[in-house]
Design a protein around this ligand. Sequence first.
Ligand SMILES: [Zn+2]
Length: 352
Amino acid sequence: MKNNRTNFSTQTKELIGKLSGYHCSFPECSQYTIGMTESDEKKKVSSIGVACHIYPATSNPKVARYDSKIPKDFLKSENNGIWMCQNHAKLIDDDDSSYTADLLFFWKKISEIKIQNSQRNTKNSKEIDFPLVSSIITPSNLLNIKIAEFTNTLFLAEIWGKDESFAIKELLIELSKNAFDHGKASDVTIHCNKHAIIFKYKGSKFNPLRELLEHKKKNGGAKMVEKFSEVFNNKIILKYDYANEFNELKITSWLNTKIQNIMEQLQPCSINLQNHRQISQEFTTIDSCEEVHILAPLHLSISDIGQISISNKLSKRKKKVYLYVSEASSILKSELLERYSGAVIVEYKNLE
Ligand SMILES: [Zn+2]
């Protein structure tokens, strides 16, 4: 059996540890795994860190995350290793339904970016994709905890910010309670695609962004939706859809995601004018959209604004307009606001 294993070399193990700063990569752990041994005249290093295989090193199909298609060279490479403390190394090896390869690759990336950023004292400027994970939540006393576990899994604090992360957790709790108490939902699903978190349940149509906000007496859910929109208006984007008896609320952000990918998430309520110089576009499905997201052309100047012929059509339909600009002066932004009165100007950062 021994020969069948595709172990990491000592050098590779060391590299995996170093890239994560010898911190455990498990959410909410980040334990230091190396330190000095106690009461010793000669100082020695004690390590409780493990370079874990994401795809397993054995050819035994019963082992967690086994996949016969993965080449041996990859199995023993640094790319297939994630650094964990001993407890979490054991945990991820025992349960491959919770700890999928996709999820572990995501944690590895987050762990390495965290260390790189703290060394450079900078913020990340690369796109980070969410893993394709999902959680089914049923009404119970553990609802809040289950939702917190889900948001922790996604390292939202690292990707979108700490306050944003807590607020999304609280928003998801309120939306779930609302779905159970008023929407007669038996369960709700929270899942991810690469660039968004999606809250979903089966039931009659209920748009929390409109109907909760119209409540005269604001309860927990309505208050949360209202404050959330106020505080994170131009950072975290909420988009509601109803299809095939499912209510769906998409939570997304241009923070750590390329703006073009966000525009895709917001379709059909988005229009990407980034590479246009002549601007005369018409929305076809706009009537079903509560709001419209427009990605302005790069390096816009005042005379270009006059060419945005969609502005009149939008204002006639009283749509809320979000205008995404990058590298624009305060002069240009105030001109844009004059043209699109009531619009929200979102200044995004171009990512690598
Ligand atoms: Zn740990």
